[in-house]
Design a protein around this ligand. Sequence first.
Ligand SMILES: NC(=O)c1ccc[n+]([C@@H]2O[C@H](COP(=O)([O-])OP(=O)(O)OC[C@H]3O[C@@H](n4cnc5c(N)ncnc54)[C@H](OP(=O)(O)O)[C@@H]3O)[C@@H](O)[C@H]2O)c1
Length: 195
Amino acid sequence: MRKLTYFVACTIDGFIGDPEGDATSTYAYVTGEFLDHLKAEYPETIAAPARPHVGVDPDAPNRRFDTVVQGLGSYRVGLDVGVTSPYAHLREYVATRSLTESPDPHVELIADDLVGRIRELKAEEGGLDIWLCGGSTVAGELIEEIDELIVKTYPQVYGSGMPMFGAGFAPRDFDLGAVRAFDNGVLVRTYTRKR
Ligand SMILES: NC(=O)c1ccc[n+]([C@@H]2O[C@H](COP(=O)([O-])OP(=O)(O)OC[C@H]3O[C@@H](n4cnc5c(N)ncnc54)[C@H](OP(=O)(O)O)[C@@H]3O)[C@@H](O)[C@H]2O)c1
């Protein structure tokens, strides 16, 4: 089975962005040894347009993921500035019921049975894992399918904002794995879902 991993950035109080989802205030922390860690361990999570700016080779091999899943809200962040295939080095899936035609031949839309489609992807033989990029709504819908959480916590508090999961209340247990703390205050924690 391939894992579905929600690899996500948040504030200390668990928000992935402001109430509209904007998290640009955290970008100042994507520097130094934390950025080096991202480049070394998760280069595929750096969008193609950002790669030249942070020194990632456009053809850098994927290390953890070969597939990305996002909701239209997350995908729209790039689409609104003309980026139709932000992760062209991955298989790209976008959940949407309103878009009927994909803006890019490399991007496959999922309109029906999102959970079933994710289960099919997880059941594929071989390959790397599946990166659940977000946002909040899609992460909430896929919460029971998530096998691993990699939470990048920035040393900021928002007070309110967009939650990591747009899901109903229910305690779900995870085992804590690796913990990395970086000199700029960023913390990266890996958790595995207890089944
Ligand atoms: N901090 C981080 O690491 C991080 C990561 C990713 C995103 N974000 C932020 O998250 C924000 C977006 O989050 P969001 O919650 O607003 O949106 P989202 O989860 O990215 O996308 C929501 C959209 O996905 C579609 N969708 C949801 N469930 C579906 C289903 N079962 N089947 C088919 N389509 C489905 C719907 O599109 P239709 O309306 O077309 O039906 C829905 O409007 C962005 O602002 C982004 O910046 C932050």
